[in-house]
Ligand binder design. Structure first.
Ligand SMILES: Nc1ncnc2c1ncn2[C@@H]1O[C@H](COP(=O)(O)OP(=O)(O)OP(=O)(O)O)[C@@H](O)[C@H]1O
Ligand SMILES: [Mg+2]
Length: 263
């Protein structure tokens, strides 16, 4: 029975990432999505899970995440101890796509539990119960990370890195970003175009010390504010410019670009 919601999540492809992912899925290869924040990685996984008809289990990684958080633990209840599967184990049993967001945030001793799942064995040993689970056919591991953060890919061990097929993501070219902002933000083409032009200009400030450039996500936020009646300048200031920096001169430079774009 097809359990998919009738409507596909909206995802506008940038290249051959859909076909590549499908091939990885069919060949049981794990996938790593690389790219800046807010460029569509999560939306892509949601779309692919829908397209492939697989459940999606997402795990946000952080440095407190333990192997037990992923695999499961014994809980003590009225009727004695009871084993409870963690999200990774549930994904392995049910043949889901398991998406580990921001994998570099997880500690090495947590990440290594993924290793036997990413090679030909496709098994998950559960030490606490003695069970060795074979992954159900549709199971696939997908991880994401943002290069350019302080902790970079070099923090991930080669033995982990080399278990994944890497797909590169970046902000879409202007026309495609306009399509996305127009559709997701629910505004008119001309307004979407102005927001994308502004983003293009702000992104050039990276060379002048702007550590974080505006993502497609921020443009959509601004578009939604505009759609709800907030004046364009105010929406851009609050949703695009202010989140990016606390540095006075940089904020000034960004507002100048805003003025130059909105005339
Ligand atoms: N190619 C795309 N097609 C459709 N929507 C997109 C696309 N790229 C970005 N978006 C829109 O931008 C928003 C942010 O994208 P998403 O949440 O997937 O970013 P991300 O890369 O996962 O970011 P992060 O690294 O911060 O988790 C989405 O909610 C969606 O509205
Ligand atoms: Mg994401």
């Amino acid at each position: 029975m097809d359990m998919r919601p009738p409507e596909a999540p909206y995802y506008l492809a940038g290249g051959n990432e859909v076909a590549l992912f499908e091939q990885c899925h069919a060949r049981q290869l794990a996938v790593m999505l690389k790219g800046p924040t807010g460029c569509g990685k999560t939306r892509f996984v949601e779309y692919m899970a829908w397209k492939l008809g697989r459940p999606l289990i997402t795990i946000a990684c952080h440095d407190d995440l333990s192997a037990s958080d992923l695999i499961g633990r014994f809980l003590i209840g009225h009727e004695g101890t009871l084993w409870q599967d963690g999200p990774l184990t549930r994904a392995v049993r049910s043949g889901a796509i398991c998406y580990l967001d921001e994998i570099v945030e997880a500690r090495q001793d947590t990440v290594v539990v993924l290793h036997p799942l990413t090679d030909h064995r496709r098994i998950l040993p559960i030490d606490k119960t003695g069970e060795v689970l074979a992954a159900a056919p549709g199971f696939q591991l997908v991880v994401s990370y943002n290069p350019g953060y302080q902790r970079m890919l070099k923090d991930m061990k080669p033995s982990t890195r080399q278990r994944f097929v890497a797909l590169d993501f970046d902000f879409p070219p202007p026309e495609r970003e306009c399509d996305i902002v127009q559709r997701e933000g629910g505004i008119e083409r001309a307004q979407a175009h102005a927001l994308v032009t502004l983003a293009q200009r702000l992104r050039t400030l990276q060379e002048r010390g702007l550590a974080e450039v505006p993502s497609t996500r921020l443009l959509i936020a601004a578009a939604r504010l505009i759609g709800s009646g907030i004046p364009v300048r105010e929406a851009c200031n609050s949703a695009i410019i202010a989140p990016l920096s606390d540095d006075g001169p940089l904020l000034g430079a960004m507002r100048d670009l805003l003025d130059a774009t909105l005339i």
